[in-house]
Structures are given as structure tokens and as C-alpha cells.
Design a protein around this ligand. Sequence first.
Ligand SMILES: [Zn+2]
Length: 228
Amino acid sequence: MNKTETYFNEEQMRKEICSVGQKLYDKEYVVANDGNISVKINAQQIILTPTGVSKGGMTPESLVKMDLDGRVLTKGAHPSSEARMHLQVYRLNPEVKAVVHAHPPLATTFAVARIPLDRPLLAEAIVNLGVVPVANYALTGTEEVPKAITPFVKDYNAVLLANHGLLTWGKDLTQAFFRMESVEHYCKIIYYLKQIGPPVELDSEEVEELIDIRKKLGINAGGIPSVR
Ligand SMILES: [Zn+2]
């Protein structure tokens, strides 16, 4: 890989991170100072949200530049306490260029109940997400968090963090954010199902067709829901 290759314009990405932060806050996917967002701007560096700030109303210059070894490159800045979680995703999956972490209420409820999203229920979710597993519980801000997500980073597009929240990633910030929205939507549908009636699950042929569409879209991760 070319070490100097630039993936995104830094200034533009700083603005985009602020805009996604505002959306997370407005949609109540985060409250108070919850959540963190990062973008890999080149092969060596990421831009990450700082610690202890609301994701609503961030400014581009408040964001923190780091290298993939965890060195802070912005003088005097303090990155999110979950920086290690972001860095682990980038280290293990070079295709990933953006990572979003938040606490959307329904997805977080699934994370607390430790229920993975692994049934063939929603066509759109099978194409864009696949299976969403649950990572082991890990104390926030510790080395346990990157360890807990390690088994999932290469083969999936999102992971529920046990008793904590949701982590998604993608080839750019839009895809990572859309996956956050899609998981929350998916959880909402499952929640409604509990009130309306048992689902009719897709069969293996129908799932295969959706996986084919996913491949054609260039999405190579996600796992395949198990068919009864
Ligand atoms: Zn969190």
C-alpha cells in the first residue's frame, strides 16, 4: 500500500464528521457526551472525535488527528476514550475508512439483552448489513474493548457491544453512518414483530439471492443469516 495515498480531503472530512455527529445527536442515537466517530484520511492517519464533548455542535477544528499507532498528532488534543476501538477496526480491516459508535436505543437494548441479529428477516438488511453479532462485554475505554471486537471486524459490517451500544464501519463515513441507521431500523422491526406476530422468515434460496446482490454491490463482509 502506498503510504502517502490520501483517501479523503481532511478539511471536508472534519466537516462531515461534525455533520454526522449532529445527526447522531438529533436522532437520539447519543445523549450527553456519548459516541465517537472517525475517518481514515490516508494510509497512516485518522481524524477522531475528542473526549468529553457532545456530538451535537462539534466544530471541525476540535477534532483530533492520530496515527494508526495511537499517537496523537494534534497538539494538546484529547481523543475519545474509545480511540483504541477505532484503531483496532482500521488495523484489522484495511478496507474500512470510517467508524461510527453510538448508543441507538433499540440496538442498545438488543446489546443489553445480548441478542444478535442473525435471522433472515429483512431483505434490505441482509444485503447491506448481513448478520450483526454481539461482542463480549468489555469495560469501556480499556484494552478489553478492541479485544472483544477482534473476531468480527473482518467478516461483518457492524457489531453490538454487550451492555453498551453499537459499532459500525464502512468504506466511507456515509456507509458507516447508514449502517448505524440500518441496524437501529432492523431492531425496530424486530421489536414491532413482538407485538404484531411471528415473522415469516426467508428461505435459503431467497437468502442466497440477496447474498448475490450483496456481492454485486461489492460488499464482501456481513455473514449469512441461518435458515431454519
Ligand atoms: Zn459507547
